[in-house]
Design a protein around this ligand. Sequence first.
Ligand SMILES: [Zn+2]
Ligand SMILES: [Zn+2]
Length: 185
Amino acid sequence: MYNARAYSARSATSPLAVASVVRRDPTEHDVQIEILFCGICHSDLHQVRNEWQSVMPTVYPCIPGHEIVGRVAKVGSAVKSFKPGDLAAVGCMVDSDRTCPECLAGLEQFCLNMTLTYNMPDKHLGGVTYGGYSDSVVVDEHFVLHVPSNLNLAGAAPLLCAGITTYSPRPWRARSSGGEDRARA
Ligand SMILES: [Zn+2]
Ligand SMILES: [Zn+2]
């Protein structure tokens, strides 16, 4: 494991502040990314302020951010599609069960057992996942995207949530709202 720097909220009322976050060393399928840019999504603000506590209570400290663009720093021994120096991006999810019909169809964004990029149980380290308001993140290559080098990297970051959501949004049935469908982005 190693320490990365992050912007972290300690409570629903505290401002984001510089903190240290523990990241796992890359396993054989992981990509370690030096984060260069991270967009600010409205979801980050709701989550940090625990405004979704009825459906997705925030675990503190909370490190949001799921519009991540950076450069590959290290790869695990079995990683095939990335090498150090490549541009890379991570969006709203960092894992899924990979066994359900949606996953098998390549539609992991519809998986009911996905691991979101922050504030979801971390299968590797315990606790919860921590997002892209940080200088480094480690993600399975299956959930890492390539970024064309001719894109403006800061401009590309919002494509990872806001952009992709307009392309294939995930309908989300809020459990507390009596069946009202809402699109979570
Ligand atoms: Zn699945
Ligand atoms: Zn978002």
